[in-house]
Unconditional design. Structure first.
Length: 354
């Protein structure tokens, strides 16, 4: 079936609709060459239509082992070519079967590079995936919908659970947890107690954890002042580590500000410089907001910056065991350069025990 991607600024792109499911959301793009299934199941894409710039998607198929959550969270996918005959020893099915299983809107045969250029020029914006026979009035009505602001509540766990059996007890606040974070913590001798995002600080501390872990997640950190207040109450009580949304929530709790990036950082090849050593790491990223350098609290030290645009990629507290990064060391999808950060978190907890 012929379909269209129509943006809020009037730009439109032709393609083929996979099935007949239509979608609405904030249109973003990811430049990764692999890891499409990890991206499709990343909770941080909740409410967003994900455009993949790499022109061939599905060439190594699909496998439930690659999934980062139980089901996709994105509002839709926009891709160029779909490989119907994948080849890989881990392949268990086609990406087409995967997308149709979860009834996610998908438009393919699209010039995704042109879509990306539009977003780089004008910034991310609302978009719709629709049948080509939709009337202009219908498209206008669909584009007139408001974006929701409760993304974290849509992706957090509904109940607490435990993962792993290690030396260090970690209370993890699930704002949009990826499976590989759990695996990475367990590999560093952690028992992870996962809590819903809006769990009070008192309940997190009631298990007497060795450390607090703030997970990644979707949306604007300013939309969840309740979680910020929880982090505030945890500061100084236990070592705290955060990833992506976790960094933003920790930073706001310490007195920093955040802002929305024009088109975000989404891909698996973003260079980040460690200001302490001068070393540059290649990182996986997926975020639309960043911590501002404006009025940065005296207690915060910036330790990592983006080589591309100079934005803050990592912070630590000058006197307390608090550290956070904006990128994804769990490497799902890769690279694996930054696994060492989980070891650093374990070392923070060990030192705090002494």
């Amino acid at each position: 079936m012929n379909g269209l991607l129509v943006l809020a600024n009037g730009a439109r792109f032709k393609g083929t609709l996979l099935g007949n499911v239509e979608g609405f959301g904030e249109l973003v793009f990811n430049t990764g060459m692999t890891g499409y299934q990890e991206c499709f199941t990343d909770p941080s894409y909740e409410g967003q239509i994900l455009t993949l710039t790499y022109p061939l998607i599905g060439n190594y198929g699909a496998n439930d082992e690659f999934m980062q959550t139980a089901k996709p969270a994105a509002a839709g996918y926009v891709v160029d070519q779909i490989a119907e005959h994948p080849s890989n020893w881990e392949c268990k099915g086609t990406i087409t079967e995967f997308i149709e299983r979860y009834h996610v809107p998908c438009l393919y045969n699209v010039d995704t590079r042109a879509v990306t250029r539009e977003l780089r020029k004008h910034g991310v914006m609302k978009g719709v995936i629709v049948r080509a026979d939709r009337t202009e009035d219908e498209i206008r009505e669909l584009l007139g919908q408001s974006m929701h602001h409760n993304q974290i509540s849509r992706v957090t766990t509904p109940y607490p659970y435990v993962y792993g059996d290690g030396k260090y007890k970690v209370a993890l606040v699930d704002c949009g947890l990826k499976k590989n974070i759990l695996k990475s913590l367990a590999a560093n001798d952690c028992t992870v107690h996962v809590f819903p995002a809006f769990t009070p600080a008192e309940e997190l501390l009631s298990i007497n954890p060795d450390g607090i872990f703030m997970s990644p997640g979707p949306g604007d950190p300013q939309d969840v002042p309740e979680i910020v207040e929880t982090v505030r109450k945890l500061i100084g009580k236990k070592p705290v580590f955060g990833i992506c949304m976790g960094l933003q929530l920790i930073s706001i709790a310490l007195g920093a500000k955040t802002f929305k990036l024009p088109f975000g950082h989404r891909g698996a090849n973003h260079p980040v410089k460690d200001l302490r050593t001068g070393r540059v790491y290649i990182t996986s990223q997926n975020h639309g907001y960043a911590v501002s350098d404006e009025d940065l609290p005296e207690c915060m030290e910036v330790i990592l910056r983006s080589v591309n645009d100079g934005t803050i990629e990592g912070i630590r507290h000058k006197t307390l065991p608090i550290q956070a990064v904006q990128y994804h060391p769990e490497a799902a999808p890769g690279p694996t350069d930054n696994f060492y950060l989980f070891k650093e978190f374990a070392q923070m907890m060990e030192e705090n025990r002494k």
